[in-house]
Design a protein around this ligand. Sequence first.
Ligand code: BGC
Length: 745
Amino acid sequence: MFASNVVAAPRITSRKLEADRDRVDALIAGMTIQEKAGQLNLLGDPFRFRPMNVNPLDGQGDPARVTRMIREGLVGNLFNGVGAEAGRRIQTIAVEESRLGIPLLFAADIIHGLKTVFPVPLAEAAAFDADLARRTARAAAVEGAASGIHQTYAPMVDVARDQRWGRGVEGAGEDVWLNEVLAVARVRGFQGEKGLADRDALLATPKHFAAYSAAIAGMDYNTTDMSEATLRGTFLPPFRAAFGAGALSVMTAFNDLNGVPASGNPYLLTEILREEWGFTGFVVSDYTAEQELIAHGFAADGRDAARIALLAGMDMSMVSGLFLEHIPDLVETGDVPLARVDQAVRRVLMTKAALGLFDDPYRGCDPERERRVVGSREHRDLAREAGVKSIVLLKNEGGLLPLKPSGQKIALIGPFGADVDNVFGPWTIWGDETRRISLEAGFRAAMDDEADLAVVMGSDVETALPGGIAAAVLAASQADVVVLAIGESARMSGEAQSRTEIDIPAPQRALAEAVSATGKPVVVLLRNGRAMELSGPIKDAGAIVVTWFLGGEMGHAVADIVFGLVSPSGRLPVSFPHRSGQQPYSYDHKITGRPANNALASQEYVARYRETTNTALYPFGHGLTYGAVTYGAVTPAAATLAWDGEVEVSVDITNAGDHAVEETVQLYIRDRVADLTQPGRRLRDFRKVELAAGQTRAVTFTLRRERLEYVGADGRPKVQPGAFDIWLTSSAQAGDLATLNLTPS
Ligand code: BGC
């Protein structure tokens, strides 16, 4: 049922586990209650603080005070400070100068790379390529681990169906299956294949548990309210997949879920996570999340908040200090059983043991190795490859793209032409700022004659520039083709960056208007951390390319596609709606009793908006190539699927164009009649297939019952016999279907 079922979790031998248990039990037996609370206390690293850190409270701690706390065993974990040499110094305080010598755990938000910055996770999801996601996570882990880090607060596996919410950029988009597949790949990438004690492993922390992305009206931190079936069927599967792949920590979420904040929610943190799923790692709060139980109106004060969070199942408190402050008294008065505190401490210490910290507390503290592996050439090449594979070609009228590297005058217009501040995208604290390839630099490197390129800003991201439009129009009129680099800045998506309209800011729309009035062909290169509403001349441009935030090698990756060195292969992991007001929107919405194409109803009284049908302008899964791929009929080898049997379903795909391409063949299903109403389509598999110019290939998927299942409100997979529609096609809105009957057992 779950994508995780296909992947084995990293093995820990039972002998090692027993030895760790003995060691940890012995430690716990000798710890004071303050020292226990210290192991559950996580603070921002004040020693290696960088002003780019996202949260203002990071590093506000006083190094001298935190040094004393480490010595006294009052803090066991630090986050968002990196660096091997300083790591050794800080670790020495814990190991040599504290009473018990328990090593510190160093964590960091390594979201899409450390020094080498890879595409933002949403962009990389567009590659529909689990192995690529595994490889970039691996490279990020190698760099992080060599910089003295043990744990990353990634991957974010929140299924994001409302593009107003800014944090969709950190995840894998709107689809459950793609989120599951990439959750597994990223966990495997971060943690590696050799066990957590390996010097290149980073402990993965799927976040934010749970349903954080379902914030009402797309406003970050907002309340979520949903049925059990939606929670189980949409928001939990990627977490379960991540744990199936071996993730040994998890971060709670800020949101209130059905009236109980996720960070004080025993149903989530204990019943589902521990009792149902058997998760054995530790639960870390999000940033001050347990303290926020007070603002939620769910806890009376800090003591109450610590009590509620601990009893719900939170093991480690981030930043607030509430666990440290209140655990001794909570245990003393019996409000929290000592056994519960010991359990949390055991989970944290067992994870430290699994990371090999008791055997080598200085793992990753070798500056020489750090210099060698961090930001290596190999990683930069991977960033470029990932960038190329993440780019999505939405539209290409009359073969406007690729452009010619010579003999064509290009006007590169817009706020992102020469810009380097917005190539990394959100969530990069330690990226190599000397390695931020702008579009201009990428174009210049790819073009035969730099004199063919004019670069004009025209407008800033959210404000007009005096004389900007006039300069842009002049450049456009002197060029053969305009490349319009427009969209969102890195600051416009990410945490707390919700938008009411997911459109291109007005000054850039005005720029697009003026430039397209010159009549020159326009290629739009969209910079974005979410799906966007495209309108007017932007929507009508001859070619539209989604370039996201591709990381350090962005300019080269975009040039590789724009100048045709590589044919685009990315697919949208989020649907581009016709209008912002359709949000939340995902292709796998239910059909309703009055579908828009319902022949029985008048066309007025159907599920639609006055301005548009409820479809996507560019749907999930959509993406063109420089070839011309056509699909034949979907052909099941049999009309029925026996309950415990399997059926092969095939389609012939042909590349009638003259470029070699990589096509992503997507398998969607619809359960015609079920005990729980089902979406009009659901992605259940996909495969990337290479096609030479002129080549035809048969692509075959093997279907078993489990691929037809949905998750019921009790969390269990379900399916009933009956008819299923099957598509093998190029997007969530394309293709003809075949029908398959699942027969009873
Ligand atoms: C974010 C988390 C992040 C944490 C630590 C929070 O504000 O929600 O995703 O891991 O900060 O930086």
